[in-house]
Design a protein around this ligand. Structure first.
Ligand SMILES: [Zn+2]
Length: 252
């Protein structure tokens, strides 16, 4: 996929409207393109900020559709050179207008990506991996096959952790996109349940946490320079065992 084509599809991708081969092709492009991944991150960041600034208000569907349509027209017009500055301003302004109209005056704060947002993204990625039948890019129960597979695809090096003896066989690995950057996801099984472990750089103010959202359990912990996010619908005691076994194996 060419950059111009990729740019045209970023919105649909973020909206979860891209399916099948289109989605796979875009993800492949994003995983390797140094230009488009930051573009997606910027777009996501803008959306997150707006979402955070106006948690109680969502634009009516008609207005959202109008904004999206307008943005896509802009993107099409600027396909060769990426999104123009004026398009960004128009996009931000139109969303801000929606926010201001709805809440009686909310301002946009472009802050750091919050852990909260990250947790949501991790769940989304977990769901996508299950729904789209794209659980692994490299299918292997051998950590000596899975770990090296990531080399050169992401600057994050996941640990090779074999937990078969503890009842959590390795299924494989996948390159995923979290916060606009390609990150390794290690895939394990716990009985019939899938456990995705996303490996991210440790963030500032990173706090370990255990939360349940949308029916999925999330475990987050930090070890060395890496932040781990494990997500699954496995039972809590089973997930506890997994987390302990994984952390013991990497020494964190
Ligand atoms: Zn590109």
């Amino acid at each position: 996929m060419e950059c111009a084509e990729a740019r045209l599809r970023l919105d649909a991708y973020l909206d979860g409207e891209l399916a099948g081969d289109d989605r796979a092709a875009l993800r492949e492009h994003l995983a390797t393109c140094p230009d488009c991944a930051p573009e997606l991150a910027a777009l996501e960041g803008l959306r997150d900020s707006i979402r955070r600034s106006a948690p109680a208000y969502r634009a009516p569907p008609a207005l959202r559709a109008q904004i999206r349509a307008g943005l896509r027209r802009e993107r099409t017009a600027n396909a060769a050179g990426g999104l123009s500055a004026s398009a960004w301003v128009a996009y931000a302004a139109s969303l801000l207008l929606a926010v201001a109209v709805g809440s009686g005056g909310t301002y946009l704060v472009l802050g750091e990506r919050q852990q909260d947002t990250l947790a949501e993204e991790v769940i989304d990625s977990h769901l996508r991996s299950l729904l789209a039948d794209h659980l692994t890019d490299v299918a292997s129960s051998d950590k000596h096959t899975v770990k090296p597979w990531f080399a050169g695809k992401t600057d994050l090096s996941p640990p090779g952790v074999d937990l078969a003896a503890q009842g959590f066989p390795l299924v494989g690995g996948r390159l995923d996109l979290i916060a606009g950057r390609p990150v390794p996801a290690l895939v394990y099984r716990a009985g019939k349940h899938v456990i995705n472990v996303f490996v991210l750089p440790k963030a500032r103010g990173d706090e370990p946490e255990t939360v349940t959202r949308r029916g999925y359990s999330l475990r987050h912990w930090v070890s060395g320079d890496l932040g781990y996010w494990a997500v699954s619908d496995a039972a809590a005691d089973e997930f506890d065992k997994f987390e302990h076994a994984f952390r013991a194996a990497v020494g964190g």
